[in-house]
Design a protein around this ligand. Structure first.
Ligand SMILES: Nc1nc2c(ncn2[C@@H]2O[C@H](COP(=O)(O)OP(=O)(O)OP(=O)(O)O)[C@@H](O)[C@H]2O)c(=O)[nH]1
Length: 523
């Protein structure tokens, strides 16, 4: 019997399990090394796109502010105001409501020399509106803002400028030289609009972009470049990068947050995909094992069991029909095996036949005769029946050989064997060639008295053959001498019976040959 660890079933199980493990590991590695990094990269790209979108909105805001400051700065009334000719300009054009509506924090009118001509705006601290020709008193709050934006003033202004400032507070400024409406000069100075990037502005930006936005000054020690992603919160990702508009880098950091839904969904899909694939592999492998068991292993075990039965049990055990009927390789193997077995059986039968037959005459040989004699004795002992035996010797056979040659001697022996077989056609009677020119006949169930008639018949039958024997001293034909003996109950031995028959034969020879002599055994 095949031991369990080395059985095909175990080996297939181990091999397929190893395959499953390898495939699962490969899937995990593909997920970790290829798909997961790709998802992170996709998320990074999404973050960059979001910040680009916010920057575009700020840029749009910046351009709008520049357009507005351009309108104001190229208005004849403003020009006249800067020339000191429009006394009611400030009172009629500036008001808290106007600043709130336009979302301006401050308007600064600079003279061509860079001095303050007028300023108006809403103090972010107090929320109070002020409009003055100086930066003191009610307008003092605007002084730091004016200092910050002053570097924008160009000695020879031609076009508008926008800029984002971090100090003293994050703000957007747009500047345009003050010209007549037809933009003829000379310039009467500069007009600057300031819009604070405060909470209100951030809220408006959030409403437009759909994302929470923060704009903060870059701290001194903050050297972080490019896009920064903070994934510490599983649900949302904080994204930031230095704010840059039209290639100009502002000292501000733009920060926002985006949900990680897409990433998490992809990750969950990936995990499910891996699980399903591994599960599917498991099912496939289980199915392969089941099919293997049904199609290959079970029939092979049946085959092996059958061959073991042949060895230990029963040679005549029938071959399993279901194996012979199969149309696959196992069926071919079974049929080949069956054919081989049949051939072997025939060879064996032939060997048995050869081992029990006399090659010259085809009669039973001594081995078969002895075997049958012993069996007849056993039966006789059981049933209390007699057994008779004849010993037959060809008379003067040496002279026959010498005269006619060995080959003709063989032919003569064959003719005699044929004659004996014809005389004793009963299947219970065994006619054997037990020596060179010596034959023995076993007659179960007969006494020597009963058998003497058969012996006599045989002797005359041989005589009737009239085989010429020119070298015989008495008759010129081949004759035989027969010694006859019996055992009445089979209580003596087969050897003794044959010894008696041999003695009877001796007597027949002594008495002149061509006769039957009978030796009766004493029970
Ligand atoms: N042709 C042939 N001769 C055989 C065979 N076996 C034995 N013989 C011969 O049979 C002869 C037997 O002779 P013997 O037993 O001496 O006696 P016999 O000449 O038959 O004389 P008696 O038996 O006394 O009548 C021998 O010459 C053997 O060579 C055989 O298979 N073929």
């Amino acid at each position: 019997m095949t031991s369990l660890p080395s059985s095909l079933r175990t080996r297939f199980l181990v091999a397929l399990s190893a395959l499953l493990l390898t495939a699962t590991l490969a899937l995990i590695l593909i997920g970790r090394l290829v798909i997961y990094p790709a998802l992170l990269a996709e998320e990074r790209e999404q973050a960059a796109n979001e910040l680009d979108k916010i920057e575009r909105t700020i840029l749009h805001d910046q351009r709008a502010l520049l357009a507005q400051v351009t309108d104001w700065a190229t208005w004849d009334d403003t020009y006249a105001f800067m020339q000191g000719e429009h006394a009611g300009y400030a009172a009629s054009n500036f008001s808290q409501a106007m600043f709130e509506d336009m979302d301006y924090q401050l308007m600064l009118f600079f003279t061509p020399e860079g001095g303050i001509h007028w300023n108006a705006g809403i103090d972010p601290e107090s929320g109070r509106y002020a409009s003055c020709g100086h930066l003191t008193g009610a307008c003092e709050w605007a002084s730091p803002l004016a200092d910050s934006v002053k570097p924008l003033l160009d000695p020879q202004p031609k076009t508008g400028v926008t800029h984002i400032f971090a100090e003293p507070t994050p703000m957007l400024a747009a500047l345009y030289p003050i010209l007549r409406t037809d933009e003829s000069g000379p310039s009467m100075g500069w007009l600057i609009h300031v819009r604070l990037l405060d909470d209100r502005w951030l809220e408006a930006l959030e409403a437009r972009t759909g994302r929470p936005v923060d704009v903060m000054p870059i701290a001194d020690g903050d050297t972080r470049q490019g896009l920064q992603l903070d994934r510490s919160d599983g649900d949302r990702m904080t994204i930031s990068r230095p704010l840059s508009l039209q290639g100009e880098r502002a000292p501000l950091r733009l920060q926002s947050q985006i949900p990680r839904d897409s990433f998490r969904t992809s990750l969950t899909t990936l995990r499910y995909g891996l699980l399903w694939t591994a599960g599917l592999l498991l099912v496939v492998i289980a199915l392969v094992l089941v099919l293997l068991e049904r199609m290959v292993l079970r029939p092979l075990r049946r085959f092996a069991h059958f061959t073991q039965q042949l060895q230990h049990d029963d040679e005549s055990h029938p071959f399993p029909v279901e194996l012979l009927m199969r149309r696959d390789e196992i069926g071919t193997l079974a049929r080949e095996f069956q054919a081989l077995r049949e051939h072997q059986r025939q060879q064996q039968a032939l060997l048995v036949e050869i081992s029990q037959r006399d090659p010259l005459t085809g009669l039973a040989n001594r081995r078969l005769f002895d075997e049958r004699l012993q069996r007849a004795y056993d039966q006789a002992r059981i049933h209390g029946k007699p057994v008779a035996a004849m010993m037959i010797d060809v008379d003067y056979f040496k002279p026959y050989n010498d005269h006619y040659g060995h080959q003709q001697g063989d032919d003569c022996l064959n003719r005699l064997a044929e004659c004996m077989s014809q005389c004793f056609s009963d299947p219970d009677v065994i006619v054997a060639r037990t020596g060179g020119e010596e034959f023995s006949i076993l007659l179960p169930g007969l006494t020597a008295a009963d058998a003497s008639h058969h012996a006599e018949t045989l002797r005359t039958a041989v005589e009737s053959l009239a085989l010429p024997h020119a070298a015989a001293p008495v008759r010129d034909i081949v004759t035989i001498s027969i010694g006859l003996a019996d055992s009445m109950t089979g209580n003596d031995s087969p050897h003794e019976l044959m010894r008696q028959a041999d003695m009877a034969l001796y007597h027949a020879k002594q008495a002149g040959r061509n006769r039957v002599s009978k030796e009766i055994m004493t029970p």
